[in-house]
Design a protein. Structure first.
Length: 254
């Protein structure tokens, strides 16, 4: 497995691990996953194999996701960036590069860390990490009651899930979470609070994550602001992912 497929399968496994027993599953095929992790998460379609039976995949996405008009948040992730869903009732919302770091990439030494990075192990610290991520990557409809539910305490016991918290001057400053699916590590929502940016917090988080998983392929989607950091750590872009939303609704991302 190479390229965007690594990221697609890791993301699908991560969302299913969160949804198992708490959400709903609409499609589980070689090409596609459609699921909702919980009532507090978007209905999400993830394209695993854009080149295999793409017409069937697009029709299934449309048939299973568009009728769910009671859900304002419906997202289709195409990590390949190759499917055209406009004729099927969707519109492009944004693009981001999918990046992969092979296991043979150079090691990192963590010498530039501005403060300690920890793997979250208790609900209070998890809450601090969740608030940082929500502040930097807010859902389109962030209600007060959603905090503690989009990243619920049960993630601390999900095999493969890890939440990371970085500090600067002993203050929570950045956070991210990762998921190990058995063959690859996905890094998600690397976030640094605005007042702590440009002090190496994100680099410290990434160096800690990579040092903890030296022998596995690591994948993520990058903002343009974060891409130079990831490239300096051995990541390279393999595709440009596209996020789609229903065009008739103007469905928000989140």
């Amino acid at each position: 497995m190479v390229g965007y497929e690594i990221h697609a399968r890791n993301a699908a496994a991560m969302w299913w691990a969160l949804a198992d027993g708490h959400g709903e599953l609409l499609a589980w095929t070689r090409q596609l996953r459609i699921l909702r992790a919980s009532p507090y998460h978007a209905l999400r379609g993830i394209v695993l194999d854009a080149g295999h039976a793409s017409a069937e995949t697009k029709a299934r996405v449309s048939a299973l996701m568009l009728p769910r008009v009671e859900l304002p948040r419906r997202i289709v992730e195409d990590p390949s960036g190759t499917l055209d869903l406009e004729p099927f009732g969707f519109e492009r919302r944004f693009r981001m590069p999918v990046m992969v770091r092979p296991p043979e990439a150079r090691s990192v030494d963590g010498e530039r860390s501005p403060g300690p990075v920890e793997i979250v192990g208790d609900p209070d610290t998890l809450g601090a990490a969740e608030q940082i991520i929500a502040a930097v990557f807010p859902p389109a409809r962030l209600e007060p009651e959603m905090l503690g539910r989009t990243m619920p305490p049960r993630v601390l016991g999900i095999p493969g899930w890890q939440v990371w918290l970085g500090r600067r001057a002993d203050v929570p400053a950045g956070a991210a979470y990762t998921y190990h699916d058995g063959t690859s590590l996905g890094v998600y929502q690397v976030a640094t609070l605005p007042e702590h940016r440009h002090y190496g917090v994100a680099r410290a988080l990434m160096e800690s994550i990579l040092s903890a998983h030296p022998d596995v392929a690591v994948t993520l989607t990058a903002t343009e602001q974060g891409r130079p950091l990831y490239e300096s750590l051995g990541f390279h872009a393999v595709s440009e992912a596209v996020w789609w939303v229903p065009s008739s609704v103007g469905c928000p991302i989140g």
